[in-house]
Design a binder for this molecule. Structure first.
Ligand code: NAD
Length: 240
């Protein structure tokens, strides 16, 4: 999985390990990634960290190879690494920001799927869960972010239809606002935003990362055996 050192990815790695999965954690943040591995091991789980920049094909290939070599194959993939990028008005947005946001959030998911699909099919199938966002279903954020997350939904649907016969289900999870370091960073930059965000939430609060991880675990499981090509909002009802 990618983006495993923090926030939703960290919670998902821990939840999947709790459910008995051996987890390969990929992230650019090696220090925090190794801490998550230690947390999983302290709870009796088995996990391995691999330094991965999701925009680098060699890194992504070596993450999938690690799953093959260390644990004998790949059954579940959670492609989760993502960044928010800048939120300037569109005429002032830089090409550099566009390339970075699309590169990590969309090309990174495509690259991961490119290397994961053969490994999943080798083992007779499995489940891919891509982290999109409610910004993948509606305008909720900057144009590059919204475009990247809509792209993740498109990739998810396209691969879901194509690889269903191979036994691979592909779904996207679309979180609303989740209390993670990503959101905490932007709240620090905009004091007062907490009240505004909370006021928009039907449940009157943000999600905790574990509430997204539990949906990832369900999509990965046989309980979701007929769920394929779905982009599932986990937003406390905000889109509704
Ligand atoms: P986070 O910042 O806590 O974690 C993101 C992780 O991705 C970090 O560990 C970071 O090091 C890693 N990462 C960033 N760039 C990378 C790269 N190039 N290669 C590998 N790893 C990289 O953020 P989060 O809130 O947990 O976000 C996880 C995912 O959930 C993202 O795709 C984000 O867009 C999505 N999401 C978050 C929210 C929210 O409210 N937090 C809502 C909807 C969707």
């Amino acid at each position: 999985m990618t983006g495993a050192s923090s926030g939703i990815g960290r919670a998902s790695a821990k939840r999947l390990a709790d459910e008995g999965a051996n987890v390969v954690l990929g992230d650019i943040d090696a220090e925090r990634g190794r801490e998550v591995v230690s947390e999983i091991e302290a709870d009796g789980g088995d996990a391995t960290f691999v330094a991965v920049d999701v925009t680098d094909a060699d890194d992504v290939r070596s993450m999938v190879e690690t799953a093959r070599e260390t644990y004998g194959g790949l059954d579940i993939a959670h492609n989760n690494a993502g960044i928010e990028g800048d939120n300037d008005p569109l005429p002032e947005q830089s090409r550099e920001n566009w390339d970075r946001v699309l590169g990590i959030n969309l090309t990174g998911v495509w690259l991961a799927m490119k290397h994961e699909l053969p490994a999943l099919m080798e083992g007779g199938g499995g489940s891919i869960i891509n982290t999109s966002s409610i910004a993948g279903l509606a305008a909720d954020g900057s144009e590059p972010y919204v475009a990247s997350k809509h792209g993740v939904v498109g990739l998810t649907k396209s691969a879901a239809v194509r690889y269903a016969e191979e036994g691979v289900r592909v779904n996207a999870v679309c979180p609303g606002v989740v209390r993670t370091p990503m959101v905490e960073r932007s709240l620090e930059a905009n004091p007062g935003a907490v009240e505004a965000i909370t006021a928009e939430q039907p449940l009157g609060r943000m999600a905790e990362p574990e509430e997204i991880a539990s949906v990832v675990a369900w999509l990965a499981s046989e309980d979701a055996s007929f769920v394929n090509g779905h982009a599932l909002p986990v937003d406390g009802g905000k889109l509704a």
